[in-house]
Design a protein around this ligand. Structure first.
Ligand code: HAM
Length: 431
């Protein structure tokens, strides 16, 4: 029997995984610089958590959840996004709430039963940040600045922030009615899905990509004209704050996003080179969600970035580096295998003198190869140096594989380790 990776999922293999690791490392650094701390929530949650937050009428809840019953008949769902789980954890854990505002982030896989295509998968990874406890426009600006900073880190500097406001509990219901009336009057021109949305989720019609809906959508009332004074003021202040930070933005009155918890600010960042799936990430305010989940009244804002999309967009700007060891240990005699392993461990030096330098990457044959075969293998690994388990007491021989040159023998293991570290520094400095 032959198995294949499930549809819409993928293996991330050596050669590519280094780019992921680099993105992860940089993201952890950036989050720390901005004062955000990581939260790791479970991969699955009670189904109701997503129904109540993402929204019963959304595509995510209606069509895309991976839901199952456990052995006791509880309905659980693989998380389709990270905001609802994070809010649950925030309410459940007082220490996380102690800091106001709380600056939190997460990184991990999400699951949506979508039609797979480039940049769209059934298991995909998100980086997400959430700021809970501030209703101020400065919080909105910090979020968007952090988002942009993560993109800058990976070389994506030419980005457009699309900005909109969906209003609050005062002005949104009015807008919803206006939209519903407008689209009801043009019902015949709408696609089947949008006819359904008229009853369940009329705002989502604005986001429909079916070409026949486009002319009707173009004539729909503009949400930005219908904001109440406080929402309009907030929106204006966010725009001014972004101007102040030198972040380019564009008003996008048709941007409604696919999740129901948003209030006021919503945003998406688009980057070139992603084709149809050009949103690398998005987010917005959700001032009611914490309260709706039974927590204290806590305005909040956040975003998520799709990691596959981010990496797709940077493919040309940062090539992956394959893993190459610094040194291969070669045992010239068959019975020296354990000695070779011991030497490799000493050269890695990990548990000895701690230092700032990156430890040497050292590999050793564990496949019982002959001395000749070990030499061939050593050159295939891309290691710069081959080091040899000594015969008798003549010290440690080293060969520079790149130059094909034998180097001076080193008397001790520690001497050999230091020599390799110094040589590596020199080679790196010349690069
Ligand atoms: P979202 O727009 O549903 O928002 O997802 C954010 C990003 O995740 C998308 O822009 C995209 O890059 C990536 N993404 C979504 N679905 C897929 C997929 N099937 N395959 C690959 N990538 C995908 C949220 O999830 C909200 N939780 C964002 C947020 C945080 N709002 C407030 N805080």
């Amino acid at each position: 029997m032959k198995f294949q990776v499930p549809r819409g999922t993928r293996d991330i293999l050596p050669g590519e995984v280094e780019r992921w690791q680099r993105l992860e490392t940089r993201t952890h650094q950036t989050m720390a610089i901005y004062g955000y701390r990581e939260v790791r929530t479970p991969i699955f949650e009670a189904t109701e958590l997503f129904v109540r937050s993402v929204g019963e009428a959304t595509d995510i809840v209606r069509k895309e959840l991976y839901t199952f019953e456990d052995r006791k008949g509880r309905s659980l769902t693989l998380r389709p996004e990270g905001t609802a789980p994070l809010v649950r954890a925030y309410i459940e854990n007082a220490p996380v709430r102690a800091e106001i505002p709380a600056r939190l982030y997460y990184m991990g896989p999400m699951f949506r039963y979508e039609r797979p295509q480039a940049g769209r998968y059934r298991q995909f990874w998100q980086i997400g940040a959430e700021l809970l406890g501030s209703a101020k426009p400065e919080a909105d600006a910090e979020m968007i600045d952090l988002f942009r900073s993560i993109l800058w880190d990976v070389g994506l500097k030419d980005v457009t922030v699309l900005l909109n406001s969906l209003g609050d509990s005062v002005c949104r219901p009015r807008y919803r009615e206006a939209i519903r009336d407008y689209f009801t009057a043009h019902k015949e021109q709408l696609c089947g899905d949008c006819k359904e949305r008229l009853d369940t989720n009329p705002l989502r019609i604005l986001d429909c990509k079916v070409p026949s809906c486009a002319p009707v959508i173009a004539g729909a009332p503009n949400v930005l004209d219908s904001l109440c004074d406080p929402c309009a003021e907030h929106f204006g202040a966010v725009k001014r704050a972004l101007d102040g930070l030198g972040i380019r933005h564009e008003a996008a009155p048709r941007l409604v996003r696919g999740l129901d918890y948003y209030t006021r600010t919503v945003f998406e960042i688009q980057v070139a080179g992603l084709g149809a799936q050009n949103a690398v990430g998005g987010g917005g305010r959700y001032d009611q969600l914490v309260k709706e989940f039974g927590g204290p009244d806590t305005p909040a804002i956040g975003f998520s970035i799709g990691m596959e999309r981010l990496l797709l967009a940077t493919v040309s700007s940062a090539a992956g580096t394959a893993f190459a060891p610094d040194a291969c240990v070669v045992a010239l005699e068959a019975d020296a295998a354990i000695e070779a392993q011991e030497l490799a461990r000493r050269l890695r030096g990990q548990h000895e003198a701690p230092e700032d330098r990156e430890p040497l990457r050292v590999v050793v044959d564990v496949a019982g190869r002959s001395a000749n075969a070990q030499m061939k293998w050593a050159s295939k690994t891309g290691a710069r140096w081959a080091v040899f388990v000594p015969k008798g007491s003549d010290g440690y021989a080293v060969r520079d594989m790149a130059l094909g040159k034998d180097e001076a023998r080193q008397a001790t293991q520690e001497g050999l380790r230091r020599w390799l570290l110094e040589r590596r520094d020199r080679v790196e400095a010349q690069r």
